[in-house]
Design a protein. Structure first.
Length: 177
C-alpha cells in the first residue's frame, strides 16, 4: 500500500466512521479512524496519511483544531471537512487552517474523493437563490442543542425554551441521527 492511499478519518460517530471507512477501503485506501483530538494526537506518532476527512463538530472539541494540527504536521495533506452544521464562518476558517475542501453532510465517498482531487476553486460554481426554510433552521438548532447537551432531552428543551414533551414530539416526527 502506498502512502498516497492512506486516509485518516476523524469522526466521533462510530456508525458513520465505520461506513465511510469501509467505503474507502473498497476503493483501495488504507484507512485509520480517530474519534477525537486525543486519539488524533496519539495517531500522529504513526506515518502520516496523505488524506484526511475531519468532522467539524466533535464531542469535546472542534474539528477545526484537528485541521490545524494535521496541516501543521503536513502542509501537503489533503484535508476535507465534513459537517452537518455548515456555515460560511466555519467554512472560511477551515480553509484558512489548511483544509482543501468543506462539504455539508450528507456527502458520500464520491463527493469526498472529488474534493481531494480539487486543488483550485471553481469560477463556474452555480449561485443559488434557495433560502433555508424555517423548518430546516429549527431542526438544525434542535439537533445542535441536543448534541451540545449529550442528547439530554430535558436539558435541550430548557435551553431551547420549549416544553420537554413538545421537543419529544418533534423528535418522534424526525429522528436524530
Amino acid at each position: 500500500m502506498t502512502t498516497e492511499r492512506r486516509l485518516l478519518i476523524v469522526e466521533d460517530d462510530p456508525t458513520f466512521s465505520r461506513t465511510l471507512a469501509r467505503s474507502f477501503e473498497r476503493r483501495g485506501y488504507e484507512v485509520s479512524v480517530c474519534n477525537g483530538m486525543e486519539m488524533l494526537v496519539e495517531r500522529l506518532a504513526a506515518p502520516l496519511p496523505h488524506y484526511a476527512v475531519v468532522d467539524l463538530k466533535l464531542v469535546g472539541g472542534s474539528g477545526l483544531e484537528c485541521v490545524k494540527l494535521l496541516h501543521e504536521r503536513d502542509p501537503q495533506m489533503r484535508i476535507v471537512v465534513l459537517t452537518g452544521f455548515a456555515s460560511i464562518g466555519t467554512a472560511v476558517e477551515a480553509i484558512k487552517l489548511g483544509a482543501c475542501h468543506y462539504l455539508a453532510k450528507p456527502s458520500n465517498t464520491d463527493d469526498i474523493e472529488a474534493a481531494f482531487g480539487r486543488s483550485e476553486g471553481d469560477t463556474e460554481a452555480p449561485l443559488t437563490n434557495r433560502q433555508t426554510s424555517l423548518k430546516n433552521l429549527e431542526w438544525e438548532r434542535i439537533h445542535e442543542t441536543l448534541a451540545e447537551t449529550g442528547f439530554n432531552i430535558s436539558e435541550a428543551a430548557r435551553r431551547l425554551g420549549m416544553h420537554r414533551r413538545t421537543l419529544a414530539r418533534k423528535l418522534e416526527k424526525r429522528r436524530v441521527s
